[in-house]
Design a protein around this ligand. Sequence first.
Ligand code: ZN
Length: 193
Amino acid sequence: MITRTTRNFLTTLITGFFWLFFRKKYRNYSIFVLVVLVVGFLLPQPMSIPVQGATTADWDVNSFWAYPWGSSITHKGIDIFEEKGTPVTAATYGIVVYTHEGGKGGKSVMVLGPKWRFHYYAHLDRIDAFPLQPVKMGSQLGTVGDTGNAKGKPPHLHYAITTPFPYLGLRDTEAVQGWKKMFYLNPDRWLRP
Ligand SMILES: [Zn+2]
């Protein structure tokens, strides 16, 4: 809801659902939309570290929600440091939603994975994915780089997970922008064995 991707997702879902629902002929399809939604939540989410050869030592466990963090205020993902050119691989299976070049993320890829979670891979040196491409866990999406606002910093992958459906229990009343934690999930939680 608070990123452009999750907002677009929800808008499409809600307008699509009601468009079908209010046309008698199509009403049954609106049920189908709900079934797909539920099935998406039930899909298992096996995950792997999205940089080839990287280990848990390659990111700082405290970097998620680090504050202050420039114009982002808080750091809503983790930075996995590895040499420029190292393959960036999909942390989960899913579908590439878009690839983008420019802005803070530089060259970036967005993948929709199980449980309607969006996986964001940024600062890539090269993009090896295309929109609507189905990917498996471990499929190469690009390579580690320093594009966008990582320019001049050690090359790393900025990896973030967002959800259009808030996890109310993750609201943090202590942290800066703590309510946004309902929409940004900490990848560390799944990448640590
Ligand atoms: Zn980062």
